[in-house]
Design a protein around this ligand. Structure first.
Ligand code: ZN
Length: 416
């Protein structure tokens, strides 16, 4: 019961179960490891639970990076671009320490999707670009070499965005989140996640055995698209392995996708989005993107045309694909039936692509490659990675083998 005597959707027992799932199944914190927790100040009680779960799992030390949407907004409103663009020496030193320590990183997403609404998008992207230029080499250096997980905690503002009319918006968002992460009063979420990841593994092995050289997409909504895959690149999903210590972890809770990085610069045709896209707190709706020679050459949006153009022009790689992901339309996220305004959930609703940075880990030996080396093998590089959904109810995907034969992969939006 909360203060008003109203029954809340989530009990302390459920919260602890969820915190434990994040720490043990998600990040899979091992004895002696350092943990870096990134969480909003409003979620301090949950931060305490996560911290305790980490220490119980044997963590050596848990460090917390507190975030605050409202304060971030004020920085953008009042501080000069040049000030915000500058990465201070201590910030860089912190990144250097991360490269040394390779901590488990736990991110708790609870952002207000409108936190940056009304902030000059040019200022936002300029700051993001400048900071990313300095920070990216450090992020690349730990890529594949540490355990990490993103999970969610519903903030009031986020819940209100999803359910503007509801008096119990937070409870409703909790319900949906717990359903998608397979946590309830009675179940053993660890066992359910084992079964779920085993299922995804069967799809991954099948795709890897097929060795498709390209995928062909078609749907009545106008999607008509072919994308080339990188010979030898692996499909992956669900669990990942930290190459520094061999520990497996699940980077996204929830996750329903099986994905790889396609051959950058090799795709043709039009992709029609089936869900709105929220980028920099602004909505792009009813849109399609047309590719030629692997590059987005035109786009059309019922709402947010300029924003979509800006996104695809963020840098050289922003107009090329970095990810292709297969998700059946009957996923628990899609069954929730509403837009979460949070990629962690929305990308797990149905099949999608991402423009921008690809995943070098999908290449054999890719973890130890520089982005330049991975780029020569076909992995796209960019400062952005933005997912957009194309999984229409009637979507068909065919896998094309190098000899030209084709195999049904998806029919009517789900595994064939
Ligand atoms: Zn994805």
């Amino acid at each position: 019961m909360n203060k008003k005597g109203k029954k809340m959707a989530i009990s302390k027992k459920l919260l602890e179960k969820y915190a434990d799932l994040i720490v043990r199944t998600g990040a899979n914190v091992r004895p002696g490891q350092t943990v870096q927790l990134v969480i909003a100040v409003e979620q301090h009680a949950f931060a305490e639970m996560i911290t305790e779960a980490c220490y119980r799992a044997g963590a050596k030390k848990v460090n917390i990076d507190w975030s605050c949407d409202a304060a971030s907004r004020l920085h953008y409103l009042y501080a000069d671009s040049a000030v915000l663009e500058t990465v201070l020496p201590w910030e860089e030193e912190k990144m250097r320490q991360m490269v040394k320590d390779l901590p488990c990183r736990i991110f708790i997403a609870s952002e207000d999707p409108d936190a940056m609404a009304g902030i000059d998008p040019h200022k936002l992207s300029a700051v993001m670009q400048s900071r990313a230029r300095v920070m990216k080499p450090y992020r690349d250096a730990v890529d594949g070499k540490h355990q990490w997980v993103i999970a969610a905690y519903p903030s009031e503002k986020w819940a209100k965005k999803c359910f503007p009319e509801a008096g119990d918006a937070v409870d409703r968002l909790w319900d949906a989140i717990l359903r998608t992460v397979r946590v309830n009063e009675e179940n053993d979420p660890v066992a359910e996640w084992k079964a779920h990841t085993d299922f995804l593994e069967t799809k991954i092995s099948w795709l890897n055995e097929q060795g498709f050289s390209s995928l062909r997409y078609s749907s009545a909504n106008g999607t008509d698209f072919t994308v080339d895959l990188i010979p030898g690149a692996r499909w992956s999903g669900a669990a990942d392995v930290n190459s520094a210590n061999g520990v497996s972890y699940i980077p996204n809770l929830p996750t329903e996708e099986v994905f790889t990085s396609p051959m950058a610069g090799k795709c043709e045709g039009t992709l029609v989005a089936v869900k709105p896209l929220s980028w920099n707190s602004q909505l792009i709706e009813d849109f399609s993107i047309t590719f030629k020679d692997g590059r987005a050459v035109s786009c059309r949006a019922g709402k947010g045309q300029e924003l979509l153009e800006k996104m695809l022009a963020m840098d050289e790689g922003a107009s090329r694909l970095g990810e292709v992901a297969l998700v059946p339309k009957d996923s628990p996220v899609n069954q929730c039936g509403f837009l979460f305004y949070e990629t962690l959930f929305d990308e797990n609703a149905c099949c999608h692509f991402a423009v921008g940075m690809g995943f070098k880990e999908v290449l054999p030996g890719g973890v130890d490659m520089t982005m330049e080396e991975a780029g020569r093998c076909g992995i796209n590089d960019s400062i952005i990675h933005v997912d957009f959904m194309v999984g229409a109810d009637d979507l068909s995907i065919d896998g094309i083998r190098p000899d030209g034969t084709s195999v049904p992969v998806f029919r009517n939006g789900t595994w064939a």
